[in-house]
Design a protein around this ligand. Structure first.
Ligand code: SF4
Length: 155
């Protein structure tokens, strides 16, 4: 049974807002060997591929979960509900596979574990997790970014 959950775009799936991917070959190899399961929270939440980019306005993923901040796309549409649906579905998947580790794409408003963009669509990063990363962390899952995958190989 796989025990690592990974952002699908890191495994090469073309699920980014732009229709592209963020392939990290080592992560794709983990999926190929059945050691990791790919998941895209935004696609699970019902958002289309491609889609306008979105950022959290007024806080981080914890603030969205608490109802203190919203997720808006670049065209001004409130996509908070889709992000929450995707986070809940991803949590269910993490529980299903009893994930010991979750590797998520940094700076994504869903998947960022330590950094997200600040809601101004200017490419400015700020500390804090995205919505899915925050929910998984709240439920005790260990979430790291693709830049920290050396931890996978030290296990
Ligand atoms: Fe990748 Fe996560 Fe964005 Fe999906 S939601 S494209 S998995 S960073």
């Amino acid at each position: 049974m796989a025990e690592i959950l990974v952002s699908a775009c890191l495994a090469g799936e073309k699920c980014k807002y732009s229709g592209g991917h963020n392939l990290v070959p080592a992560i794709a190899e983990l999926v190929r060997r059945g050691k990791a399961v790919p998941v895209c929270p935004e696609a699970l939440g019902g958002l289309t591929i491609p889609r306008p980019p979105a950022e959290i306005r007024g806080g981080d993923g914890y603030d969205v979960l608490a109802g203190r901040a919203r997720v808006l796309d670049k065209e001004g549409r409130d996509v908070t509900a889709a992000f929450l649906r995707g986070a809940t579905a991803t949590l269910a998947k993490a529980r299903e596979i009893a994930a010991e580790l979750v590797v998520l794409k940094e700076k994504s408003p869903s998947c960022g574990s330590k950094l997200i963009y600040d809601g101004t669509f200017t490419g400015t990063a700020r500390p804090g997790p995205g919505v899915t990363a925050a929910l998984l962390q709240q439920h005790g899952f260990k979430v790291i970014s693709e830049g920290e995958i050396y931890q996978v190989f030290l296990r």
